[in-house]
Write a protein that binds this ligand. Structure first.
Ligand SMILES: C[C@](O)(CO)[C@H](O)COP(=O)(O)OP(=O)(O)OC[C@H]1O[C@@H](n2ccc(N)nc2=O)[C@H](O)[C@@H]1O
Ligand SMILES: Nc1ncnc2c1ncn2[C@@H]1O[C@H](COP(=O)(O)OP(=O)(O)OP(=O)(O)O)[C@@H](O)[C@H]1O
Length: 301
């Protein structure tokens, strides 16, 4: 019997989320810049006779059956290697630190972590390119969760290329008590933007600002095409956004498809005092540094 393996995978935000038209496969063409930030899920895998998934603490909205993306990831890895499904299954335990349905790709992090953890548990030695390819079949954000750091994402978000990022920033992460459905936000985007370009333009200015590492320039260039749709679906977010902008006029951003909101700060002390002030005003928030590493093993067999 092999020893359990634990992999830690980060949340992501999109510093730029350019959304194009709806493709025939039901997804939207993207030109995005991902950044991995320091909120994590830890996924532990153990050999088992049947697939199962459990959480270390109960969290609403996470399926505990075969719909869980971690189990889908495990089965995809078994299939990729042509292994006999009856001989390979795992007990998966997830410690969730990434908000569920928050637009921070928590499920994607779990899928990426599971791929890496099972690869190590079963000593499959899957090449990195194969892991990225399997990841892309599981969800648009999954390849980036493997990669981490800061990266350009094109296609439907699954084609990722690392970017030179010389910034080191802190994000005040303002959480919402209620999640927002990613397909619903994309669906409303289609209603608001019927003439979106087939391929959105690449964010060259932000790419350059990241290479230069100046947080002020980065803050000025943050952009998210899903924001108007998220605002319509969740008008309560507008009030939070106004409060954040009154504290820091630049550097406020919707995370992915929302509803989490972000505020960029250069200095950790400043980030702490903003978070304290927001907490005092009744908001639930946390801090996360960026960029951080992608999925990585934290225990060894
Ligand atoms: C909003 C983002 O987080 C930004 O990175 C992602 O685009 C969403 O990625 P994800 O949650 O991994 O999404 P997937 O699991 O691939 O797709 C879920 C659903 O989101 C919508 N979707 C997702 C990605 C994409 N480029 N276009 C889409 O329209 C589709 O309705 C799709 O059925
Ligand atoms: N391991 C998992 N953790 C969280 N959600 C999961 C998991 N597996 C499946 N799901 C389902 O995936 C959906 C999206 O959850 P998730 O927390 O990944 O949202 P999100 O962070 O908004 O995603 P994204 O930013 O990629 O759009 C939920 O409906 C949830 O029920």
């Amino acid at each position: 019997m092999t020893r359990p393996v634990t992999v830690r995978a980060p949340a992501k935000i999109n510093l730029h989320l350019g959304v194009g038209g709806l493709r025939p496969d039901g997804k939207h063409a993207l030109a995005t810049i991902y950044q991995a930030v320091g909120l994590y899920d830890d996924v532990t895998v153990r050999d088992a006779l049947v697939w199962s998934v459990a959480l270390t603490e109960p969290v609403d909205g996470v399926p505990l059956d075969d719909d869980n993306i971690a189990i889908r990831a495990g089965k995809a890895l078994v299939e990729h290697h042509g292994l006999h499904p009856a001989d390979y299954a795992a007990e998966i335990t997830i410690a969730k630190g990434i908000p569920v349905m928050g637009g921070m790709a928590g499920g994607s992090a779990d899928a990426a972590a599971t791929l890496l953890a099972l690869d190590r548990l079963w000593d499959l030695q899957t090449p990195d390119d194969d892991l990225l390819e399997i990841a892309g079949t599981l969800g648009s954000d999954v390849p980036f969760a493997l990669l981490g750091g800061t990266a350009l994402g094109v296609g439907h978000g699954e084609i990722v290329t690392p970017l030179d990022d010389n910034s080191s920033v802190w994000w005040v992460v303002v959480l919402s008590d209620e999640g927002l459905s990613t397909p619903a936000v994309y669906g409303h985007f289609d209603e608001l933007s019927p003439n979106a370009p087939a391929t959105p333009p690449l964010p060259d200015d932000l790419t350059e600002a990241l290479a230069n590492g100046d947080p002020q320039d980065i803050g000025d260039l943050l952009a998210n095409d899903l924001w108007p749709a998220a605002r319509d679906l969740r008008p309560d977010l507008v009030d939070v956004e106004v409060q954040l902008r009154s504290m820091s006029p630049d550097g406020v951003l919707l995370s992915g498809s929302g509803p989490t909101l972000l505020m960029l700060l250069e200095d950790v002390e400043e980030a702490r005092s903003m978070a304290a002030e927001l907490t005092e005003r009744g908001y639930r928030c946390t801090l996360a540094p960026g960029p951080v590493a992608g999925a990585h093993v934290v225990t060894y067999v």
